[in-house]
Design a protein. Structure first.
Length: 146
């Protein structure tokens, strides 16, 4: 699958709002709706609930690579490439609050992707904690020098 580009966000307030609307719909086969989403850098992550007309329900992760430049010289201001967790995307910084909404899966690429996302979340938390300690240690040292 390739990238989709457009010259307008169709009245939506920004890329996340546009993508939430794109993946929320209803048809004869059932309905799909974004339960929660986040745009981290150029990667959009979403927990998407699909409820089929036969009552089956699943929540899976959606990942979109995005491009947004309101000043694009060709006026194609927004583009995205969508994929599901089942495709094993390289982007693996999905927030834990989105991962927590996903229903169990037996798809190997999705299982591996979820594990990478959880590992990355732990690494980010550890890094954040270390940076906070360094800042507070620096503040304490500066205060003790006064």
């Amino acid at each position: 699958m390739g990238w989709l580009y457009m010259q307008s966000l169709g009245g939506h307030s920004g890329p996340p709002d546009y993508l939430d609307a794109q993946f929320t719909f209803e048809n004869a086969e059932g309905r799909s709706r974004v339960l929660r989403s986040a745009l981290l850098g150029d990667a959009y992550y979403a927990a998407v609930e699909q409820q089929r007309s036969d009552g089956a329900r699943a929540v899976f992760a959606l990942v979109c690579l995005t491009y947004y430049n309101p000043r694009d010289p060709e006026r194609f201001i927004f583009g995205y490439k969508d994929m599901t967790e089942h495709m094993g995307p390289c982007e693996s910084d999905c927030p834990e609050d989105i991962l927590d909404l996903l229903t169990p899966t037996d798809r190997p690429y999705a299982i591996a992707w979820r594990a990478r996302c959880r590992e990355n979340a732990v690494a980010r938390a550890v890094s954040h904690h270390k940076n906070r300690r360094r800042r507070s240690d620096g503040l304490a040292a500066a205060a003790s020098r006064r």
